[in-house]
Ligand binder design. Structure first.
Ligand code: ATP
Length: 346
């Protein structure tokens, strides 16, 4: 059993707090993704789990045991970083075998374990090659095989796909997910790529400025954002956030009028996702600012007051720039946030 617990974990660098009061329960076999913008503290959080950084506060447990004072090499975690860090003079076979030699695993097990790990990442035919004679994707798979060969209790992966091109990233995503399902190893995965997070995670932890903003399944994070940060971070383009005023069951902002719960009053931020806006309707009046056909969908930008509202329109939608346009909002998909940025529910 390798569940992981973080209790009120903090990491200060001098007077700067990089990770603030982080509490997390990661279940055995869970695939947990730490997601957030650059500098939000995700790598530091992962490095503390690995034992590469020492927390300045709080407690970290792996498999029910507090590990604050246990060295990285004694924590039984395997890490995969964005750089592959393979030994260039060793064959792929020797690279994958390396952790078994380091950990003094009995020699008669080496060959079968190396080959099984290589099979899992489809590198069976490449074992005799040197890393220099491999593509970026193959090298990254070799780094994964080297991590899985010793069957650690925990996998820690820090942006392992960020050096790969978009197509390879997509296929590696599927491969990593498969591998984790087969091996059933608790995995913490750091990324700033929301597609990676949405497709890989059992649960996502969204961080900003060292603080957890929300923990939830990809569906929960997308359809039930806790605050304007999460709403404005997830989605492509993300949720439109419109500041306005609520009064007597109506929300208004320049060019925008919608019904809202009568319990709301005063300054409120309205949230509406681009796919929940439709051409024609009464909620928004504005002018066409941009029309971007992409093949399967057309992105429309509408200008109203000093705001730009993003709309996902049908593939064949076209309209002249600066022409007047009306947009409807799906009434069941409106979100409201208070002045503190937190979601307001009826
Ligand atoms: P990125 O996606 O850019 O890697 P991140 O979310 O992983 O970002 P961290 O690397 O965890 O962010 O850094 C969190 C904050 O702590 C950042 O503001 C960073 O500058 C700061 N920080 C990290 N390591 C140190 C250090 N050794 N000394 C001082 N500040 C640090």
């Amino acid at each position: 059993m390798a569940s992981i617990q973080l209790k009120n974990v903090e990491k200060s660098f001098g007077s700067f707090v990089g990770v603030k009061d982080v509490s997390l329960d990661i279940a055995d076999e869970e695939f947990l993704v730490l997601l957030g913008p650059s500098g939000c503290g995700k790598t530091t959080t992962m490095r503390m789990i690995a034992g590469l950084e020492h927390p300045t506060g709080g407690e970290i447990s792996i498999g029910g045991m507090v590990v604050n004072d246990i060295d990285a090499r004694d924590r039984d975690v395997a890490m995969v970083f964005q750089g592959y860090a393979l030994y260039p003079n060793m064959s792929i076979y020797e690279n994958i075998r390396f952790p078994l030699r380091m950990r003094k695993v009995p020699k008669d097990e080496h060959d079968s374990r190396v080959r099984r790990a290589a099979e899992m990442v489809e590198l069976g035919p490449f074992l005799d090659r040197k890393p220099g004679a491999m593509s970026g994707g193959q090298r990254q798979r070799a780094a994964l095989a080297r991590a899985i060969v010793r069957q650690p209790q925990v996998f820690l992966m820090d942006e392992p796909l960020s050096n790969l091109d978009a197509k390879l990233r997509a296929s590696m995503r599927v491969q990593i997910k498969h591998m984790q399902r087969d091996l059933r190893i608790t995995t913490v995965y750091v990324t700033h790529d929301q597609i990676e997070a949405m497709t890989l995670a059992d649960r996502i932890v969204i961080m900003n400025r060292g603080v957890i903003q929300q923990i939830g399944t990809p569906d929960e994070i997308y359809s039930d954002p806790a605050n304007t940060f999460v709403a404005g971070f997830i989605g492509s383009p993300p949720m439109n956030l419109i500041e306005g005023k609520a009064q007597d069951g109506n929300f208004s902002a320049p060019g925008i009028h919608v019904k809202c719960p009568s319990s709301l009053s005063g300054p409120i931020t309205l949230g509406i996702r681009p796919e929940d806006c439709k051409i024609d309707g009464t909620e928004l009046r504005g002018t066409v600012y941009g029309v971007e056909p992409t093949g399967d969908i057309t992105y429309l930008t509408v200008r109203t007051g000093d705001k730009h509202i993003e709309v996902k329109a049908a593939r064949d939608f076209r309209a002249p720039i600066d022409s007047s346009i009306q947009i409807g909002f799906d009434q069941n998909r409106l979100y409201f946030f208070g002045q503190d940025g937190m979601r307001v529910r009826e």
